[in-house]
Design a protein. Structure first.
Length: 95
């Protein structure tokens, strides 16, 4: 289960606060929400502080969105290690 709450921080920056897990069942929901909010000139930021689990498919989704300019922040030690193991640790902006 995944909960997504959008927090517009400015006209050009939206932080998505996530809670739960990012696995096969949640990928479509997260991808759809990112697509819905993606607009030219708008910076999307995923706040991973509330994520307890992410599987390889979730990491692949994040990798695709990171290539499109998505930013990450937060995340437990477990999540940061999962990102690092996938080569994504340099993409994480910790608060």
């Amino acid at each position: 289960m995944l909960r997504i709450i959008a927090h517009p921080e400015t006209d050009k920056r939206i932080r998505l606060q996530l809670a739960g897990r990012i696995g096969p069942e949640e990928i479509e929901l997260l991808d759809g929400e990112l697509r819905r909010l993606q607009h030219p000139g708008t910076q999307l930021v995923l706040d991973l502080a509330g994520i307890q689990f992410i599987d390889p498919a979730g990491l692949e989704l994040l990798e695709r969105w990171l290539a499109a300019g998505l930013q990450l922040c937060g995340g437990s030690v477990f999540i940061r290690r999962a990102l690092a193991a996938s080569g994504l640790q340099h993409q994480v902006d910790l608060p």
